[in-house]
Write a protein that binds this ligand. Structure first.
Ligand SMILES: Nc1ncnc2c1ncn2[C@@H]1O[C@H](COP(=O)(O)OP(=O)(O)O)[C@@H](O)[C@H]1O
Ligand SMILES: [Mg+2]
Length: 357
């Protein structure tokens, strides 16, 4: 049979990518999902060797050879296909040997979304752990000499001859003031890791309401906060102050990003609470979790920052410390949770998931 002479149009309706390879391993056919997965039209893909499209294509070549030699009828495999200049494709692949000597191999590819998501969460967790250590070590490294620098500047000031005191004191004061500023920064870096966890029963809507009143006090006009609460959510054990700080940091960023809309008067924040069933956080499966959203209609997170906003000292604002989201992530993780972010212009959605017992 010649498989290409059969009607393949229906395959464009499938969500799975379908490719038919000729005896050389070149693409003879790709359905619409395959075009979108490979980010090229069939016109461009046609006659290209599939294995050549990936840095580690030799894996595909090997499977193709086995298929051509008919070592199996069909085969399933999870693959990570690396591409030049783009993120790798994580796919679940099914290879089927077809009874057509000219086009002997049919490949189905499905993007492994679940795995992608797990990997991402795992990365966030690892990253936060690494951040914490980095911050702690760095803060201590800075803190120790800082005391010495400040002290030396004070001694120097006392030794200054009277006739130069006026002009030179300006310099020693710069050293002292800047040391104090760094000291405050360092203390803020160390604080969250030192502060004890004060655990009690937390009603998440009280957390939202506190943050709401703090934000409204700071941005009294031009910004509205819409509440979309599921009031049936249960209370849970946690540190209310930490959670308020986490939500406040997120909402505060949103309000800052909304500056232009606040002037126009149509800035909006949404606080949403829901419950979700069956979530996996840090590889552990939980039956129930709080699903909280803080959504703003601002310009969105700048593309160059998107992957790094949870890193310490990453800020898109003049004078920003870049610590707000790092702290928020740490606090939420201490509650068996995670913060994720999805951002487009006009809709930035910070999602907090917290596992319930
Ligand atoms: N809702 C948002 N909309 C647009 N950009 C955001 C939003 N939230 C965070 N950001 C970006 O992420 C950066 C990091 O935030 P954060 O860690 O709180 O540090 P800081 O607020 O001190 O800059 C911000 O400077 C901003 O560029
Ligand atoms: Mg901030």
């Amino acid at each position: 049979m010649n498989i290409l002479s059969t009607s393949l149009g229906g395959l464009d309706l499938l969500a799975s990518a379908v490719l038919i390879l000729d005896a050389d391993g070149r693409i003879a056919y790709a359905n619409a999902a395959a075009e979108s997965l490979l980010e090229n039209s069939l016109k461009v893909l046609h006659k290209q060797r599939l294995a050549d499209m990936f840095i580690n294509g030799e894996k595909l070549s090997a499977i193709f050879e086995q298929a051509r030699e008919h070592q199996f009828d069909d085969k399933r495999e999870d693959l990570v296909l690396e591409r030049v200049g783009r993120s790798a494709l994580q796919v679940n692949m099914i290879v089927t040997v077809v009874d057509d000597p000219e086009n002997p191999v049919l490949i189905e590819l499905r993007e492994n979304v679940q795995k992608l998501k797990l990997d991402r969460e795992e990365r966030i967790l690892d990253q936060t752990q690494a951040n914490k250590e980095l911050i702690r070590n760095l803060a201590h490294e800075i803190k120790n000499p800082l005391g010495g620098i400040r002290g030396a500047a004070q001694l120097l000031e006392m030794e200054l001859p009277d006739r130069h005191l006026k002009e030179l004191r300006e310099y020693t004061q710069v050293i002292i003031k800047e040391s104090d500023r760094l000291q405050t920064l360092v203390d803020r870096l160390l604080a969250p890791h030192r502060r004890p966890h004060i655990v009690g029963d937390v009603n998440i809507h009280e957390v939202f309401e506190r943050v709401r009143s703090l934000i409204m006090a700071e941005f009294p006009s031009g910004l509205s906060i819409r509440r979309d609460y599921d009031l049936s959510l249960p209370e849970f054990r946690g540190d209310k102050e930490q959670l308020i700080q986490a939500v406040l940091n997120i909402a505060h960023n949103a309000a800052q990003a909304l500056a232009e809309r606040i002037i126009q008067g149509d800035a909006e924040l949404i606080f949403r609470s829901r419950i979700v069933r069956s979530v996996t956080l840090a590889k552990v499966r939980y039956r129930l979790a709080l699903d909280l959203h803080i959504v703003d209609n601002g310009p969105g997170i700048p593309a160059d920052l998107k992957d790094r906003i949870f890193y310490p000292l990453v800020s898109g604002r003049d004078g920003g410390s870049g610590l707000g989201l790092t702290l928020a992530q740490t606090f939420v993780q201490q509650h068996r949770g995670v913060i994720e972010c999805d951002s487009q212009p006009g809709c930035t959605d910070f999602r907090i998931l917290i596992a319930l017992p």
